[in-house]
Design a protein around this ligand. Structure first.
Ligand code: FES
Length: 107
C-alpha cells in the first residue's frame, strides 16, 4: 500500500495508507487529519484545502490547472511555488511517499 505523509499546522505528522484514485484531500479528511476544511467538498471552489507539496516532489505532482491556479491566487495563507489544492491532486502509486504540509490558514 502506498503511503502519504501530512504535516499539520500544529506540527503533527500523520503517515497514512493512500488509495489510488482518491484525492489527497479525501485521504486526509477520511482519516481525520486536522487542518483541511474542504468546505466545497472537492469542487475546487473554496481553497480550504490549500497545501504545500514538499519542494523536492513538486515535479512528481505537476502544476495546478488554470482554475486551480486562479483559486490559489486568493488563498489566506501565502501562496508558494509548491502550493496546490489537495482536492485537485488525484493520488496514484507514483506518488508513494508524498509529503504534504497543510497551510496554516484555510480560505
Ligand atoms: S475542497 Fe474546496 S477547493 Fe479543495
Amino acid at each position: 500500500m502506498s503511503k502519504i505523509q501530512f504535516l499539520t499546522p500544529a506540527g503533527e505528522t500523520y503517515v497514512l495508507d493512500a488509495t489510488p484514485g482518491s484525492s489527497v484531500m479525501e485521504i486526509a479528511v477520511q482519516d481525520g487529519v486536522p487542518g483541511i476544511v474542504a468546505e466545497c467538498g472537492g469542487a475546487g471552489a473554496c481553497a480550504t484545502c490549500h497545501v504545500y507539496i514538499d519542494p523536492a516532489q513538486t515535479d512528481l505532482v505537476g502544476p495546478p490547472g488554470d482554475l486551480e491556479d486562479d483559486m490559489l491566487d486568493g488563498t489566506m495563507a501565502a501562496r508558494k511555488g509548491s502550493s496546490r489544492l489537495a482536492c485537485q491532486i488525484e493520488f496514484h502509486d507514483g506518488l508513494d511517499g508524498l509529503r504534504i504540509e497543510i497551510a496554516r490558514e484555510q480560505s
